[in-house]
Design a protein. Structure first.
Length: 88
């Protein structure tokens, strides 16, 4: 029996890999830094990777080019530091 190896390309998902999705939004999440405790739950649960934390201790920032407005960040924020604003 011969051993056969299959070579497959491997890629790493990254923000923007599927194109800009920011125009899909109905609501825009907004982070209130005065309420934010920097727990990074929003960053951890963002399915698009649209929430960025520069370095430990920084406030999270939302990249609105790629935020599609799913509002998972709004739902998971334990201190309600994220509000939702209607677009348009």
């Amino acid at each position: 029996m011969s051993e056969e190896h299959l070579l497959l390309p491997i890629s790493k998902p990254k923000i923007g890999a599927g194109g800009k999705t920011g125009t899909w939004r109905v609501f825009r999440p907004m982070i209130d830094e005065s309420k934010c405790t920097k727990c990074y739950q929003c960053w951890m649960y963002c399915p698009e990777g649209a929430i960025i934390v520069g370095k430990r201790g920084d406030y999270p920032k939302i990249n609105y080019d790629y935020c599609k407005g799913c509002l998972i960040c709004y739902e998971v924020c334990p201190v309600k530091a994220i509000s939702k604003i209607r677009e348009g």
